[in-house]
Design a protein. Sequence first.
Length: 133
Amino acid sequence: MCNCAGSISRQELRAAILRARKLGRCTEELAALAMRIARGHIAKEKFSGYSEQDREDIVGAWALLFVRKWQRIDPEKNPHSYITTMVANCWRMHERTTQRRIRKESAKVEEEYQSRMDQVQRFIRSYERKIEE
């Protein structure tokens, strides 16, 4: 288990947020610190059952969200918590999207199965009629 975020102090993160705000853009420094926190959070045990691709998808979704919302982080509160909450929300969104896709694909498979079974039933009835003649 990776504790990549363990070496990031609250003061270091706070200073990076303040510098980014002063510049009016998300700096590489802030993005790198936030990425270390996100990757550290995603490496935790609760995500161990997910494939590397799923974890990368979650981090990717988080990165897009972070770029849009980094200004909302209050440096006086707990910015680490804000970042990990964003990761958790991206994970939930990924779960919902995955479940929706599974339901949709299952419905297609069920529909295809039912269509094939209808064809088989028609064939059997046709065959039985020919035998009776």
